[in-house]
Design a protein around this ligand. Structure first.
Ligand code: SF4
Length: 203
């Protein structure tokens, strides 16, 4: 009897390696936003306060569509941080494309400079409303502007959806999980907060 050969039409979907997702936050840009921290960063800036995002080992794996499906009706946009989001370029591109399909605004953080992204990833910029560029520089630590912790970082407004006045003042949200662990997000002096709250916290 002839052997039966089956061809699968299923191809592996792109997945994003995710450090964490907050489905609804008011502390990561204008309006209510879904916020995603991508896992993995090879830049290793001295003083980085997101060191747990450096490893490229798999954490939570999600398809871009799964992430976008988490955005509820009252969410106006998505904020993407890292890690270094551009180190997951294929999944990132799909994520921002799907965000735009759903009319969500997109704020993207990267350690690269805008000029570098414009030269090497021009397709990506078509889907971004605000690019916040530049890596963290310890000597330029400053919390004077919304969302950023270092004075060299730049807000690049690529559409007219937002301007600097759209960004609320810095705030820090605190969530207490079922396991009793406290998780912070937003922007401010996390070191001071960490000391006050004790060590069993994640930022
Ligand atoms: S690029 Fe961002 S996540 Fe990566 S080391 Fe620098 S500050 Fe940390």
């Amino acid at each position: 009897m002839a052997a039966r050969v089956e061809f699968s039409t299923y191809s592996n979907p792109i997945k994003l390696n995710v450090n964490r997702i907050i489905e609804k936050t008011a502390a990561e840009g204008p309006g209510m936003r879904l916020c995603i921290w991508l896992q993995g960063c090879s830049r290793h800036c001295p003083g980085c306060f997101a060191r747990d995002t450096w490893s490229f080992e798999e954490r939570e794996m999600h398809t871009p569509q799964e992430v976008i499906n988490m955005a509820g009706e009252d969410v106006e946009g998505i904020t993407i941080l890292g890690g270094e989001p551009l180190e997951q370029m294929e999944g990132l591109l799909e994520l921002v494309r799907l965000a735009k399909d759903k009319a969500l605004s997109v704020i993207l953080f990267t350690g690269y400079k805008y000029e570098e992204v414009k030269q090497t990833k021009p397709d990506l910029l078509k889907y971004i409303d605000v690019l916040i560029d530049g890596e963290y520089v310890q000597e330029k630590r400053s919390f004077e502007r919304p969302l950023v912790g270092s004075a060299n970082q730049n807000f690049i407004f690529l559409t007219d959806r937002y301007n600097m006045d759209s960004f609320p003042q810095n705030s820090i949200e605190v969530r207490i999980g079922k396991d009793g662990k406290t998780v912070f997000n937003g922007m401010g002096d996390f070191e001071v907060l960490r000391e006050k709250m004790g060590k069993n916290n994640e930022i």
